[in-house]
Design a binder for this molecule. Structure first.
Ligand SMILES: Cc1ncc(COP(=O)(O)O)c(C=O)c1O
Length: 413
């Protein structure tokens, strides 16, 4: 007889919480107090941000790091530095956070959605090829959930068509493809340090690159259009103040010290969980390409196919939560189906082009299916504990599968 499900009155598998996030200690405390007493709280006076930029860039295989206020602005600055102009087209995936596409609109350019791959949940290079028009200028692959996108194929397309590539690595701190760290493969990389991310200062972002000219341009846009050697009140390009503050720089230096060990643990636990869950019918964890040497598991993602597993996603999520496993369905819409895109609520942007755009009719079958029926997310902090935590997640799924008839009897009536 299977153990009864907690949602049907049984004893939950877990009552103990998983690892809580963020993780911090004496090092963060000391760094913040040091910054406080230095009286140098802004990037222009202090050294914390500058030091962090260099270290983060070097650890991600890059010569330059330009820290900014968040991972949305970093995308927009990158597009501006690349010379993306009004009504240029930029190819983005539909299964990503809003910013990947909204940054394109805020650069006054047009996001064109190319579907993701059914197995890897990352931008499908074939769909990218199909989306290219004479107006295409750039591609933004997202290393979704922390798994590097198919960068070899994407860079080959970009080279052939002379396109700019910015990696949205908001989930991918410490991830790698072969010997190449995420953020070092395209022309620019963009990371986020918002609260949920694998490294955080509450908010923040960074642009990474090996291209000196792009770095100089990003640095200028990040700081009011100033240029190296120019007068203080001399402004060369339209921009603003997007500088990160010293308290955040100090925190991020400490978070970076923790990153390698945490990423290694998330990847080890994530791979173990993927191997175990794949043994159950209807569970399809994100497929890992052979050249992915480090998945940062910002999210553990899987498809749950109801006809194979025997229970709907909604019922599984409720049952998992009752067993003490935090989880979610992730995005409810592919981006083109978001009200913002359907209604073309673009504020002052794209005044001319918007009349011709019709996002409401854009369909991306793989992304749409993840959103509407199949996707389950588990967050990164669940992967920072011992192997036993993974065993608990596996047991919860097994128990739900074993009790599928009882669960369906309650949920279907
Ligand atoms: C894929 C992706 N890109 C960009 C961002 C934007 O980062 P931020 O919240 O720091 O602006 C996020 C944040 O959630 C994200 O998930």
């Amino acid at each position: 007889m299977p153990q009864p499900l907690a949602i049907l009155g049984g004893k939950p598998i877990r009552t103990k919480p998983f690892t809580s996030w963020p993780i911090f200690g004496k090092a963060e405390e000391k760094a913040l107090v040091r910054t406080l007493h230095s009286g140098k709280w802004g990037r222009l006076q202090g050294e914390e941000v500058a030091r962090f930029e260099q270290r983060f860039a070097a650890e991600h295989g890059c010569k330059h790091g330009i820290a900014v206020v968040n991972g949305t602005v970093s995308l927009r600055i990158g597009l501006m530095a690349a010379g993306i102009c009004a009504e240029d087209e930029v190819i983005v995936p539909p299964y990503t956070f809003l910013s990947t596409a909204s940054a394109v609109i805020e650069a006054n350019a047009i996001p064109v959605f190319a579907d993701i791959h059914r197995g890897t949940f990352n931008l499908d290079p074939q769909a990218v090829e199909a989306a290219i028009t004479p107006r295409t200028k750039a591609i933004i692959p997202v290393h979704f959930a922390g798994q590097p996108a198919d960068m070899d194929a994407i860079m080959a397309i970009a080279k052939k068509r002379n396109l700019f590539v910015m990696e949205d690595a908001a989930h991918a701190h410490g991830a790698s493809l072969g010997s190449r760290p995420a953020g070092s493969i395209g022309h620019l990389g963009s990371f986020s340090f918002q609260s949920s991310k694998n490294m955080t200062a509450g908010e923040g972002g960074i642009i990474t690159t090996n291209d000196d000219a792009l770095a100089e341009s990003c640095r200028s846009i990040q700081s009011c259009g100033r240029v190296a050697g120019g007068l203080w009140y001399e402004h060369h390009v339209i921009s603003g103040n997007y500088r990160l503050g010293e308290f955040q720089g100090a925190l991020l230096g400490c978070q970076l010290d923790r990153l390698a060990a945490q990423t290694e643990r998330r990847d080890r636990n994530g791979q173990y969980l993927a191997a175990r869950l794949s043994q159950l019918p209807g569970l399809h964890p994100q497929a890992r390409p052979a050249d992915c040497t480090r998945h940062s598991y910002h999210l553990f993602m899987m498809r749950l196919v109801e006809s194979e597993f025997g229970v709907s996603r909604g019922a599984v999520l409720n049952a998992l939560r009752a067993e003490g496993i935090p989880c979610s369905a992730g995005y409810g819409y592919s981006l083109p189906q978001q009200p913002l895109f359907k209604n073309k609520a673009f504020g002052p942007y794209l005044p001319k082009a918007r009349a011709k755009l019709n996002y409401a009719k854009v369909r991306c079958a793989n992304s749409d299916l993840l959103c509407s029926a199949e996707c389950i997310w588990l967050e990164q902090s669940l992967f920072l504990g011992p192997r036993k935590d993974m065993e608990d997640i596996v047991r919860a799924f097994e128990r739900i599968h074993q009790n599928r008839d009882a669960l369906n009897a309650v949920f279907r009536n």
